[in-house]
Design a protein around this ligand. Structure first.
Ligand SMILES: CC(=O)N[C@H]1[C@@H](OP(=O)(O)OP(=O)(O)OC[C@H]2O[C@@H](n3ccc(=O)[nH]c3=O)[C@H](O)[C@@H]2O)O[C@H](CO)[C@@H](O)[C@@H]1O[C@H](C)C(=O)N[C@@H](C)C(=O)N[C@H](CCC(=O)O)C(=O)O
Ligand SMILES: Nc1ncnc2c1ncn2[C@@H]1O[C@H](COP(=O)(O)OP(=O)(O)OP(=O)(O)O)[C@@H](O)[C@H]1O
Ligand SMILES: N[C@H](CCC[C@H](N)C(=O)O)C(=O)O
Ligand SMILES: [Mg+2]
Length: 480
């Protein structure tokens, strides 16, 4: 529902010369401007949005929000902000207004989608209308697609207001480092924030580990209010020395508030003994992979920090179901071999996923994986090394090469995995992986998870790892 027109000043903004025009909408894209809109001309990676300010004004923009550099590029009603991205996020929060009453955000190199999804499932199981917002879109009691893990502030606040108006009271969202760096979350009212882990990814954007860390730390140092709760995974040494302004609920290590006392794996999941502030709980998780227990504990910590009773939360954990494309059992061969689809696309995730699968597998582990184009190039050999170390057989293939030459991406991986087999066509690579499986073996198809497309140059070709796994098993085992 479109909010009613209102004066610029009601969005916490003032234009040069004391102008206070009536605003009818907000956008950061000049092509979406309608008469009366506030156009946010943001400093971008490729271009300064103020390049399009005159086009926006010609389309009837009532005012342009930008920084000093942008303001020098045009003439017209101008709001100058030191940080226009943060000003836009706070204006979007005021413009759309309604947000679900109880919200948490989770950051970290890996585990965000899993944790946010488990938060939503726990809240649903406790009777709340809840959603998770992130890489898999908006899921739960209200659904919507999302082009980003962390949507831009105008899209995000429109989502939150629509969900609240639809009766959603609880929301868990992923705070990506890009999203935090670009202030996309700055107007969101959060009760708790979680940090799963910190390893390598996105250095193509942040350039240094320090900048990557600072972007994620900002969830606590800038976005979360001091009265909120910080849920930190102390298993990760990078976080053990992080001291946010908020009170802590720690998970992971034995001195943490919430930690695992014992873990026993079997073919369909795991049994856990966990301790929460001295009280022991025994529970079953029908989820494959130790990392899933870590994510479940992070989710339990966030939901408890946001107000739920610990006993109620632990009681519903056995009902949690797997997250699409995260260690998802996609197919089983006639000889009993299993095929899993997972989203691992960083060195740590490849290592974690392969190690996590091992206790559930009697025989060999085969892995099929690649690395995304137009992303962090330095992680490619590290991914190759992780696969070479932790899998028995590795097949290197394509995964969203985007604008890059696929063979060069594969070569960068193979230089650290000389024993691996190179099969550029992903469907053929999966078929070869399935064909290699003997009784008790397992295949891990990693990197694309829930994705339903292969991004090559500017096009997206339909491709679904789960579907390809079933096709390969049917073709080889004669099941139609
Ligand atoms: C690198 C990056 O994150 N870029 C994001 C950023 O673009 P930008 O500001 O740098 O855009 P730009 O192309 O330089 O343009 C500058 C400004 O001019 C405006 N413009 C541009 C053209 C025009 O005609 N008129 C106009 O007004 C643009 O709207 C923009 O505000 O702001 C845009 C608007 O919000 C985003 O769509 C865009 O995401 C790009 C497409 C992207 O691929 N981002 C990925 C890397 C990303 O954000 N990934 C994370 C993490 C993923 C994960 O780990 O799960 C995510 O949260 O999804
Ligand atoms: N706690 C964890 N520690 C290490 N690896 C993990 C953890 N949780 C998940 N993974 C691995 O990372 C992959 C991605 O998990 P998930 O989608 O939950 O992470 P994410 O942080 O949302 O990723 P992205 O930033 O790409 O959206 C999983 O498929 C698994 O291989
Ligand atoms: N299969 C995807 C996974 C990464 C997606 C997301 N984390 C991003 O960086 O956009 C790729 O490598 O292209
Ligand atoms: Mg995600």
């Amino acid at each position: 529902m479109t909010p009613a027109p209102r004066p610029l000043s009601s969005l916490g903004l003032s234009a040069r010369g004391g102008l206070d025009p009536v605003i009818t909408g907000i956008t950061a894209d000049s092509r979406a401007v309608k008469p009366g809109f506030l156009f946010a001309a943001l400093p971008g990676v490729a271009v300064h949005g103020a390049t399009y300010a005159m086009a926006a004004l010609e389309r009837g923009a009532a005012a342009v929000l930008t920084d000093a550099k942008g303001a020098a590029l045009f003439q017209g009603p101008t709001v100058v902000a030191e940080d226009p991205r943060e000003a836009l996020a706070r204006a979007a929060a005021l413009w759309f207004g309604a947000q679900p009453a109880t919200m948490v955000a989770v950051t970290g190199t890996n585990g965000k989608t899993s944790t946010a999804t488990f938060c939503r499932q726990i809240w649903n199981l406790l009777g709340h209308a809840a959603i998770n917002i992130g890489t898999t879109g908006v899921e739960g009691s209200w659904a919507a697609p999302s082009s980003h893990t962390t949507p831009d502030p105008v899209t995000l606040h429109a989502m939150l207001a629509a969900a609240a108006e639809a009766g959603v009271t609880h929301a868990a969202m992923e705070a990506s480092s890009h999203g935090l760096d670009q202030r996309r979350l700055d107007g969101v009212r959060l009760k708790a924030g979680g940090w799963t882990n910190f390893t390598q990814d996105h250095l193509d954007y942040h350039k240094t580990f320090e900048a990557y860390f600072a972007a994620k730390a900002a969830l606590f140092t800038r976005v979360l209010p001091p009265e909120a709760v910080a849920v930190l995974n102390l298993e990760d040494p990078a976080l053990a020395d992080f001291h946010p302004p908020q009170s802590l609920l720690t998970v992971g290590k034995h001195e943490a508030d919430l930690h695992i006392l014992g873990q026993r794996y079997d073919a369909t999941g795991q049994d856990l003994r966990v301790s929460f502030r001295g009280v022991t709980h025994q529970l079953r998780l029908n989820l494959i992979g130790g990392f899933q227990a870590e994510n479940v504990l992070m989710a339990a910590g966030l939901v408890i920090a946001a107000g739920e009773k610990p006993g109620d939360v632990f009681a519903v954990l056995p009902q949690l179901t797997g997250v699409r494309g995260r260690m998802q059992l996609a197919a089983t061969r006639r000889n009993g071999a299993t095929v899993f689809v997972d989203y691992a696309h960083t060195p740590d995730a490849i290592e974690t996923a392969l190690q996590a699968l091992r206790p559930h597998v009697m025989g060999r582990i085969v892995v099929v994986f690649g690395a995304g184009g137009d992303r962090d190039t330095t992680k490619r050999p590290l991914m190759g090394a992780a696969a070479a170390k932790w899998a028995d057989v590795a097949i290197v293939t394509d995964d969203n090469p985007r604008s890059e030459e696929p063979a060069l991406i594969r070569a960068a991986i193979l230089q650290a995995a000389p024993e691996a087999t190179e099969v550029g066509d992903r469907a053929e690579a999966i078929l070869r992986g399935v064909d290699a499986l003997g009784p008790g073996d397992a295949l891990l198809i990693a990197g694309k998870g829930h994705e339903t497309g292969q991004v090559i140059k500017g096009d997206i070709y339909p491709f679904d790892d789960v579907e390809q796994a079933s096709i390969a098993v049917a073709a080889l085992d004669g099941v139609i």
